[in-house]
Design a protein around this ligand. Structure first.
Ligand code: GDG
Length: 698
C-alpha cells in the first residue's frame, strides 16, 4: 500500500508502533514530525490496547477464525471490548481528519467495525473497505459470538472488497443468513443504502521488483554479502539449485508441512541429495502469541531433525533464516532461486508468489503454489498443489526441477504479463472506480427520498384539505416483519396514532392488507377504521363487512398439497390459509435454499394456475396464490369512486401495493416504504419513519 499512498494525496491513519506509555515528551515530538512528513495521522494505542486489541482479539480470534483454525480461536469478552474501543479510537482520528467530499478506505480485519462508526457520524462520506485475509464460510463464521456486530460494522462501507470471488460469496452468504438482508447478485440493500461487494485481487508494485532485479543482474552493481555467499554455493558444481520459501512465521503459511514434505521428497527422489537446497526465510511475527511460540519451536526442531538426517560434509539440505531481511537481500533470494515453493494452508492472497514472478527478468524459474492461497485463482501457470499432500509436493518439485527452459519461459511470460498489467496501482484504481459507480447507484436508488420541504408541503396540504382519504398497508408499513405473522399485532402506540386519524373530521382512514378478514376483525373489532382485507376481497365500513369480489375457493384443495410438499422439503417455511388465498411463508428458511425453492414453486404454480383464473403473488418473503381478479388496485379504485377526495395519501411496502400506486389519482401522495424500484412518488425508510411522518401530519 505504501506506493499507492505515496502517489496519491491521501492521508494514512494508523498506529505508529510505539505505545502511549513509551512515548515520552522528547520521543513524542520526534515521532510526530516523522508522522507529519509521511502524510500520516497517528492513533494512540496503550500497552493494554496492543495486548488486547492487536495481539488479543485481532490475532487470537479473528486471524485464526478467518483462516479456518477454529482450534486456535479464543472468544474473550474483554478482548472484544478492547477491539471495539480501539475501533472507536480510529474512528475519532478519522473523523477529525476528514473534510467534506473525502473518501475513506479502511483496510483489514483489525478495523471491521470502523466503516459503520464513520458512516454513522458522517453519512455523507464515502467509505470503502478491503479485507486482506480470507472471509470464511458461513459454517465457520456463524460460530463467532459477535457475528451480527461484525457484519453490521462492515456494512458501514459503500463498497466491500475481497481478494477472491470465494471470499465474496462466503461474506454474502453470512449477510443473508445472519442478518437476513436482501442480496441481489452482489448488492446488499441495507436500510436506505445499497452496498456493493466485489473481488479485487491485490497486485504488487511490479516495476519496483522488476527494476530491482534488473539492477541486481547488472554486472556493475556491487554484490551484497548475502549474494556472494549464495554464489559460492551455486558455483560448487553444476546443477546446484535453490528452492526458496519466504513467509512470516505463521501457522497459516504451512511451514511444518512444507518441511516434512521436503523430507519426503528427498527420500522419494534421492537423486536430488547434495543438489538442491531449501532456502527458507521465516520472518518473526506476533511472537508474543502462544501459538506462534509453539510454531517457532516446532519449526526449529523440524529443521534440526531434517538437517541432522541428511546433511553431508559439503551439503545442508535446509538453510533456515529466522529474521527479516532488507529489501536488497530479498531480491538476492528471489533472483538466485530456481524454484519458489509457496505453500500456505490458507492465505488471503500471498504477495510473495507474485514478487518472485516479477523478479524473473530472464523468465526462467518455476513457481509452486498452494491452491489455498488466493493468488492461485489468478496464477494458473504456476504448478498448483494441495499443501496437505506430500505426494503433490514431491511430484511438483520433481517437475519444477526438470522443467525445460522453454516451458518455464512460456509460463513465466503469461504470469508476468498479467501481474504487470494488474499491479497494485491498477488494483487501487479499480477499487476506486467501483466505489464511484456504487455512489452513483446510491443516488439513483434514493432519488425519491422525501426531503423536509416535500414533507412540509404534504403536511400543509393535509391541513388545508376538505375531504381526506388515508389508505395504509399494514405489514412492513405500519409494523415491521416478524418471523411469525401472528406476532405482528398492532401495539398501543399504533392504535393511538390511528385513532387520531379516525377522529379527525373529514378524514377517512382505511387499512388495506393481504391479511385475512378474521385477523383484522380480531385486531380492529372495537375500532371504527375502514378495512380492506384479503388483498381486496372484503371491505369493512362502519363495522359492516361486505365482499368486494365474489370468489371461488375450490382450487385451494388442489394447490394446498403442493405447498405442503414444499413445506416438508424446506425447513422454516409454513402455509398460511386465508379465506380466499393460500400463502407460503419462507422468512425463516435458509435464504439460499428458499431462493431455489421459490423458483421451483413458481414454475410448478405457473403451469397449474394457467386455466384457473388464479394468480401467484410474490410478496415480502411470501408467495401467495389467489384469484386473479382480486388486487389492492381494484379495491382502491372502488374506494376512490365512493367519494370525492381532495387529499389522498397511500403508503405501502410490498409489490402488491404497487397496484394501489398505479390507480392513484395524479394528485395523490403515494409513498413506498423501503428503497426499491416503485411507481410511488416518494420513498421512505421503514415503519418507524412511517409512524413519525403520520404523527407530524396529524
Ligand atoms: C496479508 C495476507 C495478503 C516478507 N519477508 C520480508 C519481507 N516480506 C514481505 C514480502 C511481501 C509481504 O512481506 C508478505 O505478504 P504476503 O501477502 O505474502 O503475506 P501477509 O503478510 O500474511 O499479508 C495475505 C496480504 O495481506 C496482502 O493483501 O496477500 O494473504 O495474509 O510483500 O515481500 N520484506 C522485507 N524483508 C523480509 O524479510 N523487506
Amino acid at each position: 500500500m505504501k506506493s499507492v499512498h505515496a502517489d496519491g494525496n491521501g492521508v494514512w491513519v494508523g498506529w505508529s508502533g510505539i505505545t502511549d506509555e513509551e512515548l515520552n515528551d522528547n520521543l513524542k515530538s520526534k515521532v510526530n514530525a516523522k508522522i507529519e512528513d509521511a502524510k500520516c495521522r497517528a492513533v494512540g494505542l496503550t500497552e493494554a490496547d496492543v495486548e488486547d486489541f492487536y495481539l488479543g482479539f485481532s490475532n487470537r480470534t479473528l486471524w485464526p477464525l478467518f483462516h479456518y483454525f477454529l482450534e486456535y480461536t479464543e472468544f474473550e469478552k474483554s478482548q472484544w471490548e478492547a477491539y471495539k474501543r480501539v475501533n472507536v479510537k480510529f474512528a475519532q482520528v478519522v473523523l477529525e481528519t476528514i473534510e467534506e467530499g473525502d473518501t475513506v478506505w479502511v483496510h483489514d480485519y483489525q478495523l471491521l467495525l470502523l466503516p459503520q462508526l464513520i458512516k454513522e457520524a458522517r453519512p455523507d462520506v464515502t467509505v470503502g473497505f478491503f479485507l486482506h485475509i480470507p472471509f470464511p464460510s458461513y459454517e465457520i463464521f456463524r460460530t463467532f459470538p459477535w457475528r451480527e456486530e461484525l457484519l453490521t460494522g462492515m456494512l458501514g462501507a459503500d463498497l466491500i472488497g475481497f481478494h477472491t470471488y470465494d471470499y465474496e460469496r462466503h461474506f454474502l452468504s453470512s449477510v443473508k443468513r445472519i442478518l437476513r438482508l436482501d442480496v441481489n447478485f452482489n448488492e446488499i440493500t441495507y436500510h436506505d443504502r445499497i452496498i456493493k461487494v466485489d473481488s479485487f485481487p491485490m497486485g504488487i508494485d511490479y516495476d519496483k521488483f522488476y527494476n530491482a532485479a534488473l539492477a541486481h543482474d547488472n554486472p556493475n552493481t556491487e554484490k551484497s554479502e548475502l549474494q556472494k555467499r549464495l554464489d559460492t554455493h551455486l558455483n560448487v558444481a553444476d546443477n546446484q539449485k535453490f528452492i526458496l520459501s519466504i513467509d512470516r512465521l505463521d501457522y497459516t503459511k504451512g511451514i511444518p508441512n512444507r518441511l516434512r514434505a521436503f523430507e519426503y521428497f528427498l527420500n522419494t527422489y534421492p537423486q536430488y541429495k547434495e543438489k538442491v537446497r531449501l532456502v527458507m526465510l521465516a520472518v518473526p511475527s506476533r511472537s508474543n502469541v502462544p501459538q506462534y511460540k509453539k510454531l517457532k519451536r516446532e519449526t526449529d526442531e523440524l529443521v534440526g531433525r531434517i538437517n541432522g538426517e541428511f546433511s553431508t560434509v559439503s551439503w545442508t539440505p535446509i538453510w533456515y533464516f529466522y529474521r527479516s531481511m532488507p529489501f536488497e537481500n530479498l531480491i538476492d533470494l528471489y533472483t538466485s532461486s530456481d524454484v519458489a515453493l509457496i505453500t500456505p494452508v490458507r492465505d488471503g492472497m500471498n504477495l510473495v508468489a507474485k514478487e518472485y514472478v516479477a523478479t524473473r527478468t530472464k523468465q526462467d524459474g518455476v513457481l509452486i503454489l498452494s491452491e489455498m492461497a488466493g493468488a492461485a485463482k489468478e496464477m494458473n501457470e504456476a504448478i498448483l498443489i494441495n499443501p496437505n499432500s506430500f505426494e503433490d509436493f514431491a511430484t511438483a518439485l520433481n517437475k519444477a526441477l526438470t522443467m525445460p527452459l522453454e516451458e518455464q519461459k512460456s509460463r513465466m511470460r503469461i504470469l508476468q504479463k498479467r501481474l504487470k498489467r494488474y499491479d497494485v496501482e491498477k488494483w487501487a484504481e479499480e477499487f476506486f472506480k467501483t466505489l464511484d459507480a456504487t455512489n452513483q447507484i446510491q443516488d439513483i436508488s434514493i432519488s425519491k427520498k422525501m426531503n423536509e420541504e416535500e414533507e412540509q408541503l404534504i403536511i400543509e396540504r393535509f391541513k388545508n384539505a376538505k375531504n381526506r382519504l388515508i389508505l395504509l398497508d399494514y405489514d412492513g408499513t405500519l409494523v415491521g416483519f416478524k418471523d411469525n405473522p401472528q406476532d405482528a399485532k398492532p401495539d398501543t402506540e399504533l392504535y393511538a396514532l390511528l385513532d387520531k386519524f379516525e377522529n379527525k373530521k373529514d378524514t377517512k382512514l382505511c387499512l388495506i392488507s393481504g391479511r385475512d378478514k378474521a385477523t383484522f376483525q380480531e385486531w380492529y373489532g372495537e375500532k371504527d377504521y375502514d378495512l380492506i382485507t384479503d388483498h381486496g376481497v372484503w371491505m369493512r365500513e362502519q363495522k359492516k363487512w361486505t365482499p368486494l369480489e365474489i370468489l371461488k375457493t375450490e382450487w385451494m384443495s388442489n394447490i394446498k398439497p403442493i405447498l405442503e410438499t414444499f413445506v416438508d422439503r424446506t425447513p422454516g417455511t409454513f402455509i398460511e390459509e386465508k379465506e380466499y388465498s393460500l400463502a407460503w411463508h419462507y422468512r425463516t428458511a435458509d435464504p439460499e435454499l428458499a431462493q431455489i425453492r421459490t423458483l421451483e414453486l413458481n414454475t410448478v404454480l405457473t403451469s397449474m394456475v394457467a386455466n384457473n383464473e388464479l394468480s401467484v403473488l410474490q410478496g415480502n418473503k411470501v408467495i401467495e396464490i389467489k384469484s386473479s381478479n382480486v388486487n389492492k388496485g381494484r379495491a382502491t379504485t372502488q374506494l376512490l369512486m365512493k367519494d370525492d377526495y381532495d387529499f389522498v395519501l397511500i403508503m405501502g411496502d410490498d409489490w402488491t401495493d404497487e397496484y394501489m400506486f398505479e390507480v392513484a389519482p395524479e394528485s395523490a401522495v403515494t409513498i413506498k416504504v423501503g428503497y426499491v424500484k416503485t411507481k410511488a412518488k416518494y420513498q421512505i425508510k421503514g415503519p418507524i419513519e412511517v409512524r413519525e411522518l403520520l404523527k407530524k401530519i396529524i
